[in-house]
Write a protein that binds this ligand. Structure first.
Ligand SMILES: Cc1cc2nc3c(=O)[nH]c(=O)nc-3n(C[C@H](O)[C@H](O)[C@H](O)COP(=O)(O)OP(=O)(O)OC[C@H]3O[C@@H](n4cnc5c(N)ncnc54)[C@H](O)[C@@H]3O)c2cc1C
Length: 540
């Protein structure tokens, strides 16, 4: 990493300061001076707000940011970067908190901030899709749909300020039946690392009409190649939306014993496959729900992991179970009632389970009334909010977190193995186990946040140790992550090792072919371009 003269600006390794200044000038000519950000103060917004393992704030810092307003401007930036060998990083809104925020994988990269490209290009109410630019947030799309009284629901992650496109590209998760966001992308426009421009699927037809309704197109499907990848910059995408259901039933279940976990996962996995549970059901342990109240100091003022007795006392006070499940049912009243009946019968097999449900006639209630009534559960109705931010204060007003997110089979036995391991390791490193599972059709996302005090060096160091042990020891049980913080992208990719990491070699072959200059997001998801690979990582 280079630090430029008097300022602490980080330059890309191997790039002469003169070439860097030259690149900035060319960017300014291409997109306008005011859209090239290079002041130390403004660049702080492009770092990881939760930086932790390294005390050096420059470790994952960009050298500059550029804010194009159009596809042509993105293409110009890419061409200049190729000419001068400037590494680029891309963000849509840069809210990837827990996975690095806006920070680039390689220090000194120039960050392309697509926030100004924020047009909602189309919302098709009949076919239920939207076409958006990367700068469109969940709030933007929701308000657009509500403002026009369209009978459509979007799917949102727990925080609504992120990008519809950016979140889906990182394979983000929401809580309606359309919650697997990457699966609902249909048709993209992509700027390639050499400045070329493609449209995927049916978008490759100059006069096609089904770009956003038929995903595969003709020949190999390539949308997935641009997710969690460094093969291109997505400049627009189609996203499928859910037809507004007539009825919405929010279900809340509380289970008394820790040992109920195996049964709950087996039952919910089966109900999900049978489409009785239609959305991303979320199973949470006690700490996950308690942490929503904010600062832990309010009920336990000590350091290290909170003792079981304190957690239990808080649980009782809040009327929660050791495990708590939330899911929703959607659609015509007859179908909703039938699904509810089947679900109640299935969970009745778990002794002591409490089942609560609230049914809403969506047609009879305006969005505002409906949203106010369901509060933080609104994500299951695709209503964006920022309720979830409160958890960050759990271990200090200035808190941060890192996500550990391995994928499991939806099997009770597997969930128990992971929960036992995570609980033990968290305790050993002085953290409370904030844990749970989200249910996909054929898998579980294990959701775990390591919540720490950003101001404490000891906390940050322990969080790093804990994360590394989790990857290693969960890996030995066959669990690997689906998503990673920039700092751990190589580490998380290592267990994907079949046939001597043949998959990684394949993606590197693709990388070298589409990005011979190796300029776009080097190292993202462990995929390094040739010029950096040969010298073992971030070198020229
Ligand atoms: C309390 C809390 C709760 C959270 N809950 C959830 C949750 O429920 N579900 C969830 O999914 N996440 C969750 N997150 C994580 C995160 O906040 C969201 O995923 C957020 O939407 C990601 O930020 P973004 O949408 O701005 O994407 P960005 O930060 O813009 O991008 C995300 C990734 O995609 C890449 N990328 C972005 N745009 C492009 C592009 N146009 N072309 C190519 N690559 C691109 C970026 O390089 C980056 O790696 C949570 C975080 C916190 C702190």
């Amino acid at each position: 990493m280079n630090v430029n003269g008097a300022s602490s600006r980080v330059l890309p390794k191997g790039l002469a300061p003169r070439d860097f200044e030259n690149a900035l000038q060319k960017f300014a000519v291409a997109i306008g001076d005011e859209w090239v950000i290079s002041s130390e103060n403004e660049l702080k917004n492009y770092r990881d707000p939760f930086a932790f393992a390294s005390a050096d704030p420059r470790e994952f810092a960009p050298s500059a940011a550029v804010k194009p307003a159009s596809v042509e401007e993105v293409r110009s930036i890419v061409r200049i970067a190729n000419e001068l060998k400037v590494p680029l990083w891309v963000i849509s809104r840069g809210k990837n908190l827990g996975y690095g925020g806006a920070a680039p994988r390689v220090a000194g990269s120039v960050t392309i901030d697509l926030g100004r490209m924020n047009r909602i290009l189309e919302v098709n109410e009949e076919l239920c899709y939207a076409v958006v630019e990367p700068g469109v947030t969940f709030f933007d799309l929701y308000e657009h749909i509500q403002g026009r009284k369209l009978k459509l629901w979007i799917s949102v992650p727990a925080l609504g300020w992120g990008s519809v496109v950016g979140n889906a590209l990182d394979r983000g998760v929401g809580y309606t039946p359309y919650g697997e966001h990457s699966e609902n992308i249909c048709g993209m426009e992509v700027v390639l690392p050499d400045g070329g421009l493609i449209r995927t699927g049916m978008g490759a037809l100059s006069h096609g009409k089904t770009w956003h309704s038929f995903k595969p197109g003709y020949g190999p499907s390539v949308d997935g190649l641009f997710m969690q990848s460094n093969f291109g910059i997505v400049t627009k995408a189609g996203i499928w939306l859910m037809p507004q259901p007539d009825f919405f039933v929010a279900c809340d279940l509380h289970f008394e014993r820790e040992s109920d976990l195996e049964r709950i996962v087996d039952i919910t996995g089966e109900l999900r496959r049978e489409d009785i549970v239609q959305n991303t059901a979320v199973l949470s342990n006690a700490v996950r729900l308690i942490s929503r109240l904010g600062a832990r100091d309010a009920w336990f003022a000590g350091g290290g992991a909170a003792p079981e007795s304190a957690v239990q006392a808080k649980l009782q006070e809040m009327g929660l179970g050791a495990w708590n499940l939330r899911f929703a049912i959607y659609g015509a009243e007859e179908l909703a009632e039938a699904r509810l009946k089947i679900a109640k019968r299935a969970y009745g097999a778990v002794a002591g389970a409490r089942f609560e449900s609230k049914k809403w006639d969506v047609r009879a209630h305006g969005a505002e009334e409906f949203t106010a009534a369901i509060g933080s559960e609104s994500v299951q109705a695709g209503v964006p909010s920022l309720f979830a931010l409160e958890v960050l204060k759990y271990r200090g007003e200035d808190g941060g977190h890192i996500g550990f997110s391995p994928i499991l089979a939806p099997s009770g036995k597997e969930a128990v193995k992971l929960a036992n391991l995570a609980g033990r390791l968290c305790r050993e490193h002085g953290f409370d186990y904030y844990g749970g599972f989200s249910f996909g059709f054929r898998h579980l996302w294990s959701v775990m946040m390591i919540l720490y005090d950003k101001k404490s060096d000891e906390h940050r160091a322990q969080a790093d140790r804990l994360f590394r042990r989790l990857v290693k020891e969960a890996g030995e049980l066959g669990f690997a992550e689906y998503r990673a913080h920039v700092e751990y992208m190589d580490l998380v990719g290592d267990p994907y090792d079949f046939n001597g990491h043949a998959l990684r070699r394949f993606t590197e072959t693709l990388k070298d072919a589409v990005d011979p200059g190796g300029i776009l997001a080097p190292g993202k998801q462990g995929i390094w371009p040739k010029r950096m690979r040969e010298n073992g990582g971030q070198t020229q």
